[in-house]
Design a protein around this ligand. Structure first.
Ligand SMILES: Cc1cc2nc3c(=O)[nH]c(=O)nc-3n(C[C@H](O)[C@H](O)[C@H](O)COP(=O)(O)OP(=O)(O)OC[C@H]3O[C@@H](n4cnc5c(N)ncnc54)[C@H](O)[C@@H]3O)c2cc1C
Length: 391
């Protein structure tokens, strides 16, 4: 595929994930995607294939894969089943976060289940009154003997309706700055927690939920990282998640384009295959170009991260551009199929609804452009720009 980034091992991995995804995941995508039930069987199968442990070291039961490999998995699986790809993405990121930040006893308790597909975890940052302006969160963690009491409400948390545990961000002091935010690992069967699922237009088997916390006791051992370092932790993860999400956008939209090229070669109008009309082939050529850019910027950002080099700007570029490019491409693929795509017999409408959540989740385009501009102009020049966690 490319010699400057992918090794033979990457190419072999890609071939095997593609074969698994196309044979085992693609055929059931529509059935799974139109239901709000979480696909536990498929998830466990992903665990058996080792695809949930890519982001965790071998020492802790994972695959110890490099970030390019995680990206390949996200790309290839999204080409077959966007929602299954989201769970691989989530397990890779969550697994890595739990491995790095959970204390040893708790890590041994949770990590094996996350890697095998028995346990699900999510991340809860957004609140009813604060999304983009995450540092305005109101969720409070009050110090008590042996731990903390959590009070407040999170919302829009992916997987939270099905999850067993959540990484929850709360303020441990009221000075209001990013240094007041701390991360906790919270089992969702803790007394004082209530949750309700949101009724979404796509992304249904993953789903989002609102989670209320009323005097929820969290022992000290469930603290993730240091007190006051939660904001920095989550912002650092965003630079990683945005690169992987870019590859999911690419994988999904490229599958739609491949499907449309095949259709346009055989569907005839005015006596010839519609693919011979430039009104049909040019939009596909344009979308393929934009998406190729998304793909390589995503792998570039992952390579920068592996090399320990800054990649915040690249990750934010991917996050505003990738979902938009994917949504526009899938939309045109629907139009180029004509009436047959305006039904649930084809997966394109479903795919559009599934992928479009990414235009908002993990940060909106406006916020990403603020980050890109801040990196270009300098924080002192754009003091209004989205907060960057200080180290
Ligand atoms: C599919 C999906 C999955 C999600 N998963 C999770 C999850 O797992 N965990 C989690 O914590 N959250 C999750 N979210 C929530 C998501 O992170 C927030 O929705 C997002 O950060 C935006 O916050 P908001 O919805 O409160 O919008 P607001 O912050 O209220 O913004 C509303 C609009 O105003 C714009 N805006 C705000 N400030 C500015 C500004 N300064 N300049 C220009 N425009 C601005 C925004 O771009 C947006 O268009 C998910 C959302 C979706 C849709």
């Amino acid at each position: 595929m490319s010699t400057f980034l992918f090794t033979d091992a990457h190419d072999d991995f890609r071939a095997s994930v593609r074969s698994f995804s196309q044979s085992r995941l693609a055929p059931g995508y529509m059935a799974r995607a139109s239901s709000s039930e979480f696909f536990w069987d498929t998830y466990r199968e992903l665990g058996r294939q080792g695809l949930l442990g890519l982001g965790v070291s071998e020492e802790n039961g994972g695959q110890g894969a490099d970030l390019i490999t995680v990206g390949i998995a996200c790309e290839e699986i999204a080409g077959a089943d966007y929602n299954a790809a989201f769970t691989v993405f989530n397990a890779s990121v969550a697994g890595g976060m739990l491995e790095k930040n959970l204390q040893p006893g708790l890590r041994e308790k949770w990590l094996p289940g996350v890697l095998s597909g028995e346990l699900l975890t999510g991340l809860a940052l957004t609140e009813p009154e604060s999304g983009s302006d995450a540092q305005a969160m109101r969720m409070k963690a009050t110090r008590v003997e042996g731990g903390w009491l959590l009070n407040g409400e999170k919302t829009s948390s992916s997987l939270a309706a099905h999850a067993h545990g959540l990484v929850v961000f709360a303020k441990t002091s009221q000075d209001g700055g990013t240094r007041s935010v701390t991360a906790f690992f919270v089992p969702l069967d803790a007394p004082g927690i209530t949750r309700h699922a949101l009724n979404d237009i796509g992304f249904k088997p993953i789903g989002r939920a609102a989670v209320a916390f009323e005097d929820v006791f969290v022992p000290d051992e469930n603290l993730m990282g240091e007190v006051g370092r939660g904001f920095q932790m989550v912002m650092g993860e965003f630079d990683y998640t945005r690169s992987l999400l870019g590859l999911m956008c690419y994988g999904s939209a490229q599958a739609a384009i491949d499907m449309t090229v095949a259709y346009a070669k055989q569907r005839k109008a005015f006596g010839q295959p519609i693919g011979r009309f430039q009104g049909v082939s040019f939009p596909l050529a344009e979308h393929a170009t934009y998406l190729e850019g998304v793909k390589w910027l995503s792998y570039h950002a992952l390579a920068l991260r592996m090399a320990g080099r800054p990649h915040t700007k690249e990750a934010a570029m991917i996050k505003w551009w990738g979902p938009q490019a994917a949504v526009r491409a899938i939309h045109d693929c629907i139009v180029l199929h004509g009436h047959v795509a305006y039904s649930e017999d084809l997966p394109l409408q479903q795919l559009l609804r599934d992928v479009s959540g990414l235009e908002i989740g993990d940060g909106t385009p406006q916020i990403q452009k603020m980050i890109v501009a801040r990196e270009m102009f300098g924080r002192e020049y754009l003091p209004y720009a989205a907060p960057k966690a200080t180290s």
